[in-house]
Write a protein that binds this ligand. Structure first.
Ligand code: GLN
Length: 198
């Protein structure tokens, strides 16, 4: 079982590291042939407008969309969440994504003046303490389709109640960056999900 990390832009290395720490085989994906050789795909945090542009330039937009529609497990953090959404608010008009989860996300939703913040988030299906979630110019989820499960919401402060973790079948997305904090529980959750799907 090999998990790819979309390596066009963003915190690719951090995801590769976290997956390896979870005893998964992980490798970067930059070309359609590399996509074909993986069983699942992580879409990192970074900048979704740039990632969208590069995905089109590298001929990966439609192949990734097709793989996900065909059941390939995927996990997107932050910009990766935006790339997985069917509908993006405050995006660029020409921004395109992979349509992996029927949901509307708002880019840079937590306020432009607040570049980043940290907050505890409880994630359904993940045991132990609440997640120490790091949000960096993060999106939130404004609404989800009928088959989308809400896994986590912000619990305190002005953004309390905002949806920041979702799952549709084997496709998972978080507004925050577990790859940056050394807490491997979310990556483990995804690796288990990929193993069960295989
Ligand atoms: N604001 C970025 C975007 O729109 C996401 C930020 C991030 O991934 N940390 O893609």
């Amino acid at each position: 079982m090999i998990i790819g990390v979309l390596a066009l832009q963003g915190d690719v290395r951090e995801h590769l590291h976290a997956l390896t720490e979870c005893d998964a085989q992980a490798r970067p994906v930059r070309r359609p042939a590399e996509l074909e050789s993986v069983d699942a795909l992580v879409i990192p945090g970074g900048e979704s407008t740039t990632m969208s542009k590069l995905a089109a330039e590298f001929d990966l937009l439609d192949p990734i969309r097709k793989r996900i529609a065909g059941g390939m497990p995927a996990y997107g953090s932050c910009a990766g969440m935006i790339m997985l959404a069917t509908n993006v608010l405050d995006g660029r008009p020409d921004q395109r994504g992979f349509d992996g989860i029927e949901m509307t996300v708002r880019r840079n939703a937590f306020g432009r003046q607040v570049d980043s913040f940290e907050s505890p988030v409880e994630i359904d299906g993940i045991e132990g303490d609440p997640f120490h979630a790091v949000f960096i110019r993060a999106p939130w989820v404004e609404s989800v389709g009928a088959d989308v499960e809400v896994l986590g919401q912000v619990t305190t402060g002005e953004a309390a109640g905002r949806i920041v973790a979702v799952r549709r079948g084997d496709v998972l997305a978080t507004s925050f960056h577990p790859e940056l904090t050394g807490d491997l529980r979310l990556h483990r959750y995804f690796v288990d999900l990929v193993r069960n799907a295989a």
